[in-house]
Design a binder for this molecule. Structure first.
Ligand code: EPU
Length: 338
């Protein structure tokens, strides 16, 4: 386990915010957590994976546990399925590519999502009609309270839209170390969402396989979403708001073209990107940060923005969207401030 003091986190967060942390421990294997001095957890601490969903507002006067454990293996195989265990510190997209190379199906729609495996159940990452909960088997997590590794099954995780028990009831109580996915040998491709089908047609593919769907998703994402290596960002900054039918009807009357999706529970999901776009923010630059030109859901750092600048911009957007549509936006990105 490597340890650094007073270290810049610029390369540890995809927004590229240059703040410093007092201590950073690189967790290279599950056992490293068991070796930690438990008094760390009495003071300020946080877990960092790929840093793709975090916005630092100031220097961090505490301990950062950077999950960099590696490894993936098939732990069970039946005629139809495999169960794959993968370490939290693996890069999500590399893992998805590995599953496709092996002929295991299920995660192809989730190609090119930034971040590490450990964060995938944390917020039940999703894209193009699939969420990780659809393939989730179980996970292992280190308990801060007991200092032991525990297992969480599907029900224990209480998955919702960009939600899990680890963001709610068990926030800051566990550190996810390993995630297991149940993948299928036979493909059951989800092609109905957004542009997948039309991109596959453009690619001249009539009978797609998982790899083709993955390639289509990669093409769509690369055409719309900025690459964090080139332009600091953390993917969708806001969650898509979910509102009741009752709240929705008067809004729909005023804005008949509003993009919305009917959910099974009767609620309505609105497209935050559409709301922000309609409010006129898309492509706007405010100081060193701004709203991406192709996707209004994404805030970007043009180089020297501070976390606070981006947070202030997000506040302006939230206020404006609220004033125009009466809808409250909530952040998907976690703001970390001393
Ligand atoms: N829209 C606009 N203007 C914009 C952006 C979007 O009008 O600037 C409209 C689009 O035309 C579309 C609707 O809003 O009708 C939804 O847009 P899109 O499908 O591009 O994205 P989304 O539903 O808002 C979600 C996830 C993304 C994921 C995509 C694809 C959230 C908050 N975001 O975006 O996840 O890649 O679906 O499945 O749920 C992420 O979480 O970091 C992320 C990128």
């Amino acid at each position: 386990m490597r340890q650094s003091e007073n270290i810049s986190l610029k390369n540890y967060n995809t927004f590229g915010i240059d703040i410093r942390a007092d201590h950073l421990f690189e967790i290279e294997k599950e056992e490293d957590l068991l070796m930690l001095d438990p008094t760390i957890f009495i003071n300020k601490w946080m877990v960092l994976g790929g840093g793709s969903n975090v916005l630092f507002g100031s220097d961090y006067h505490g301990t950062v546990l950077w999950m960099n454990n590696k490894g993936k293996q098939v732990v069970k195989e039946t005629i139809t399925d495999v169960i794959v265990e993968v370490a939290a510190g693996e890069v999500w997209h590399d893992f998805v590519m590995w599953t496709i190379d092996k002929g295991y199906n299920g995660l192809e729609n989730l190609s090119l999502i930034p971040g590490n495996v450990g964060a995938s159940p944390m917020q039940n990452i999703g894209a193009y009609g699939v969420e990780i909960k659809d393939c989730f088997a179980y996970l292992h997590a280190y308990s801060i309270e007991t200092g032991k590794i525990e297992t969480f099954n599907f029900e224990d995780c209480a998955f919702g839209y960009r939600e899990s028990v680890f963001k709610n009831k068990l926030k800051d109580k566990y550190i996810i170390t390993t995630v297991a996915y149940r993948l299928k040998k036979e493909a059951n491709l989800q092609l109905s969402y957004g542009a997948i089908q039309s991109v596959l047609s453009d690619m001249g593919i009539v009978h797609p396989k998982a790899r083709d769907v993955s390639n289509a998703v990669i093409r769509i994402r690369q055409s719309k979403l900025p690459d964090p290596a080139k332009l600091g960002n953390a993917g969708s900054f806001f969650k898509n708001p979910i509102i009741s039918q009752q709240t929705f009807l008067p809004i729909k009357e005023k804005f008949p073209n509003i993009v919305h999706y009917q959910l099974e529970n009767g609620h309505i999901k609105l497209a935050a990107g559409w709301l922000i776009d309609q409010a006129g923010w898309k492509g706007k630059k405010v100081g060193a940060c701004g709203i991406h030109v192709n996707q209004a859901l994404i805030l970007v750092n043009y180089g020297a923005a501070k976390g606070e600048d981006i947070m202030n911009l997000s506040k302006l957007i939230r206020e404006d969207v609220f004033n125009k549509f009466g809808v409250e936006l909530h952040c998907e990105v976690n703001f970390v401030m001393d």
